[in-house]
Design a protein. Structure first.
Lengths: 222, 450
């Protein structure tokens, strides 16, 4: 069970989010101001912060949390939508969601962050694959065999798993995995995707795990 | 005291000096001439009238008229005037005595010749004085001749002798004056140019930089005024920035304050949706959801529009790869269209030059607004197409839908402000756009001219 620290001064919104997240299986600690953050933060997996708070504002709280606990992802949840605010928030926070938000979107983003910070020690069931995300072990449930990936394939797949449900452009993938800037027309990525598909897809000619999003890139959807 | 620091005072000084130098040089020349006249030219400083008088007196004073005495007198004269020549013609026209005469004169003077001689010599060269010897005409006359050039005024002699030096002196004085004037005006010009350059230089904040005031003359005052202006400009810019900041804050706060209750409405509607609801109730919740999303977009657009109209919307141009940018933009919109069951057709191919000079936030906003419109007003077509087009004159992104077209717009009227923002932003980044809309769909082109 993931533990969420949630700071929100608006009671109605706070109650609603706490209730919804609790129903979805998270353990939520809801504070109305940033005063007691220090007592709670160490035991939490993720922090969701409002910006406009009485006393210390969300940006200051977030920066302090990041300074002391680098391993805790922070999601800013604010009704402040100005570009300047988003930029300031994203300077330290991992995500910035604006109000009014849909709770499904909030949960999706929380999940993405937990996965990115590898808080998620769950086993992912991805079609016929069972993925142990901590050690990035992949089991093929059809054959009951472990899928062995070579260096770049491994990193590529890991990148997809960390960004589940997100569409990734060729540039993002290449730069994320190879750490170099992508040159238009480079076939390296395509070749590696093909190898990867050969190892994990049931029918590599009709891939279902690594989706091709025509004109944009690829996506692995849970 | 101020006057003496002014350029005017300096210029007056130069003029005054120049005039003084001219005057002084006259004095100098005069002194020079007289100085020389007293020493070298004493014997030759001659006056015609003086000689004439003396000669007449001489002629009158001779009482014993013999050839010896006349010759004696002539020789005396000659000592005094070495270049002079003299002769005596007797009453009957005989040439009796001559001293130092080089010209051809007859030994017998007829009245005609005498008349001709007098006529020729009157006012001519050599200077000639004719005087009757003794008290009356009975002894004939004596003639004194001397070359005219010996009578020239002393200055002429000085010019002839020292002309080159004087000319050189005059030229050098004129040259000196020209050089001093030139230096004076060059100094002024240099400082004016320097000031002009200082006025052209801009600081990082786009304001001119203050210049150093070195002198307290008119240009110095000009520089001071300029500095004062820069100061005022900076203050007013600061004030403007503060106002801008306040305005942004106000709008951001307003937007925040509007969104908070909107979030509460969503919280309630979401809680309601969890309840057991009739078909009608579920419909109402759905409609509410849509309204919440629309109001959210409207608030955003209204805020942006207000800021844009007041030119307070942050704008930072930089070179970005637009192909990449649009692809990344699509990654967030793809799932939205996917969820709505749209057919998504993306044909984004690199241009010859993918780098455009744009503000990525603005460009993102343009695409967001256009996609939002497709989602809300062209939902019936269930189609979104994004493609690139390259022609001779421009590169362009095309966004297509199969909705009912702009004229048969769906009941929502929010498209107007969204497109106004697109229009301002497109033009603000020196791009262009056009809309082709018919009943079978709308095609929007964002063009970048080559």
């Amino acid at each position: 069970m993931f533990r969420i620290l949630y700071i929100e001064d608006e009671k109605e919104i706070g109650q609603w989010v706490t209730k919804d997240l609790t129903e979805r299986g998270y353990e939520v600690t809801w504070l109305e101001s940033g005063e007691e953050v220090d007592q709670h933060i160490a035991s939490k997996d993720i922090a969701i912060l409002d910006v406009m708070l009485p006393g210390l504002d969300g940006f200051s709280i977030g920066k302090r949390i990041k300074r002391e606990n680098k391993e805790i992802p922070i999601l800013m949840l604010s009704a402040r939508t100005a570009v300047e605010d988003k930029i300031e928030g994203l300077n330290f926070a991992d995500d910035y969601l604006t109000k009014p938000f849909h709770p499904d979107e909030l949960v999706a983003r929380v999940e993405v962050l937990l996965r990115r910070y590898q808080k998620n020690d769950d086993v992912l069931d991805l079609q016929h694959l069972k993925i142990f995300t901590k050690e990035m072990r992949i089991m093929n449930t059809q054959t009951d065999e472990e899928v062995q990936l070579t260096g770049k394939q491994f990193y590529l797949f890991q990148y997809f798993v960390r960004h589940l449900n997100q569409i990734l452009t060729k540039e993002q993938l290449y730069e994320g995995v190879w750490g170099e800037s992508y040159i238009e027309g480079d076939k390296t990525l395509m070749v590696h995707i093909r190898y990867l598909r050969e190892k994990i897809e049931i029918d590599p000619a009709k891939p279902t795990i690594i989706e091709t999003i025509r004109g944009i890139g690829y996506r692995v959807k849970l | 005291m101020k006057f003496f620091r002014s350029l005017l005072a300096k210029y007056m000084l130069i003029i005054f000096l120049a005039i003084s130098i001219v005057q002084l040089s006259y004095f100098a020349i005069a002194a020079f001439v007289f100085g020389i006249g007293k020493t070298d030219f004493s014997s030759e400083v001659l006056r015609e009238s003086e000689i004439e008088e003396k000669w007449h007196a001489e002629a009158k004073s001779i009482k014993i008229i013999t050839e010896e005495t006349i010759t004696q007198r002539f020789e005396d004269w000659q000592k005094q005037y070495p270049k002079a020549s003299m002769f005596w013609v007797s009453e009957d026209g005989t040439l009796l005595t001559k001293v130092n005469v080089e010209e051809q004169i007859p030994s017998k003077w007829t009245p005609a010749y005498t008349t001709k001689f007098i006529k020729e010599r009157y006012g001519g060269d050599p200077f000639t004085v004719i005087a009757f010897l003794g008290d009356d005409e009975s002894n004939g006359f004596i003639v004194f001749e001397m070359p005219k050039e010996l009578f020239k005024p002393p200055l002429v002699n000085v010019y002839e002798k020292y002309g080159a030096i004087i000319l050189l002196g005059v030229i050098s004085i004129i040259l000196f004056f020209i050089v001093v004037s030139f230096l004076f005006f060059r100094g002024i010009r240099k400082r004016l140019l320097h000031l002009q350059e200082a006025m052209e230089i801009r600081d990082v904040d786009g304001l001119p930089i203050e210049t150093k005031v070195k002198k307290k003359d008119e240009i110095g005052q000009l520089e001071q005024s300029f500095n004062r202006m820069v100061c005022e400009l900076r203050e007013s810019k600061n004030r403007e920035q503060q106002e801008e900041q306040l305005r942004r804050e106000l709008i951001a706060n307003l937007s925040h304050d509007l969104r908070t209750p909107l979030t509460k409405i969503r919280a309630q509607s979401f809680s309601l949706s969890k309840e057991e609801l009739s078909e009608e109730g579920q419909q109402a919740i759905k409609a509410m959801e849509i309204s919440i999303v629309n109001i959210d977009a409207l608030i955003e657009n209204l805020m942006s529009y207000t800021l844009l109209m007041a030119s307070k919307y942050k704008f930072e141009q930089k070179e970005i790869n637009v192909i990449r940018f649009v692809r990344e933009q699509m990654t967030t919109w793809y799932p939205v269209f996917e969820k709505e069951g749209f057919e998504i057709d993306i044909e984004v191919h690199p241009f010859e030059k993918n780098e455009w000079q744009v503000d990525p936030i603005w460009l993102g906003r343009i695409f967001d607004n256009l996609f939002q419109n497709v989602l809300r007003h062209a939902n019936s077509g269930k189609y979104i197409g994004v493609e690139t087009e390259s022609t001779e004159h421009y590169d362009a992104f095309i966004i297509k839908d199969h909705g009912n077209g702009m004229k048969n717009e769906s009941n929502a009227k929010g498209a107007g402000i969204g497109l106004s923002i697109v229009d301002i932003m497109v033009k603000g980044m020196d791009l262009d756009w056009d809309i082709e809309s018919s009943e079978s769909g709308t095609k929007i082109k964002i063009k970048h001219y080559k």
